[in-house]
Design a protein around this ligand. Structure first.
Ligand code: ADP
Ligand code: MG
Length: 238
């Protein structure tokens, strides 16, 4: 588990700032949702935390240590995207164990880690299947499994459910929260879906044009939005 501290984080592409000074503290074990309209900088911020995008200015710290110059593989973070491409020619077990194999972990430890993750995600009965033999929800669970086998201290989710149909999306919201309750890993979850944000978050950061417009617990934001943007975005009467 980890605490994440963002201090005046900025990102410019070709001199144009798209993340414009974000400061926030994400507590150990917290489930924080970044919500905001398309193009407001959510993915860019997440990618900077993951180390996949260079930070133009400001600092990202994990457990108090600035990681701006730490390569992604050494940050101990797992990221789950909406396009969770599983390797089609590998079984579920091989998909889940792959990142450990790359790191030279021995076969027996990989099997144990995969078994643990598969049990947590209730996919233990699917380990010998290939991705093609899975439903959409099962694939999403395997993608999660792939992320948790390494015991990361931080999960980053970038709209992981947006490719699923409505019914499955609702079900997966609950499942992801249950998984979080079981594992307790600090999670930063990006979505443009207000309902997802309201139902999943311990705390919400509402982003607008590269800045935090308001942050707080879901009901507090709903009851006391600071302006009509937040009110309109979260769906409460302005
Ligand atoms: P969100 O995830 O909230 O939809 P993004 O973080 O993807 O927003 O993008 C924020 C802004 O930065 C958008 O205007 C987008 O066009 C721009 N942007 C993102 N990545 C790049 C890039 N690699 N080069 C130039 N502009 C980019
Ligand atoms: Mg995005």
């Amino acid at each position: 588990m980890a605490r994440v501290t963002l201090r005046d984080v900025r990102k410019a592409f070709d001199g144009q700032e798209v993340v414009r000074g974000i400061s926030a503290e994400i507590g150990d074990g917290e489930f924080v949702v970044l919500v905001g309209p398309s193009g407001c900088g959510k993915s860019t911020l997440l990618r900077m935390i993951a180390g996949l995008e260079e930070i133009t200015a400001g600092t990202v710290a994990i457990d108090g240590a600035v990681v701006n110059d730490v390569p992604p593989k050494d940050r101990d973070i797992a990221m789950v995207f909406q396009n969770y491409a599983l390797y089609p020619h590998m079984t579920v077990a091989e998909n889940m164990g792959f990142s450990l194999r790359l790191r030279g972990v021995d076969k027996r430890s990989i099997e144990a880690a995969v078994a643990r993750a598969a049990a947590a995600l209730e996919v233990a009965h699917l380990l010998d299947r290939t991705p093609r033999q899975l439903s959409g929800g099962q694939r999403q669970r395997v993608a999660m499994g792939r992320a948790i086998v390494r015991n990361p201290r931080l999960f980053l989710f970038d709209e992981p459910l947006s490719n699923l149909d409505a019914k499955l999306r609702v079900q997966m919201r609950t499942e992801l929260r249950e998984l979080h309750a079981r594992l307790g890993v600090t999670s930063i979850y990006v979505t443009h879906d207000q309902i997802e944000a309201m139902t999943m978050a311990d705390r919400i950061l509402v982003l607008r044009d590269g800045r935090v417009e308001q942050q707080g617990r879901p009901l507090d934001l709903y009851d006391r939005p600071v302006n009509t943007f937040v009110a309109g975005f979260l769906g409460s009467p302005a």
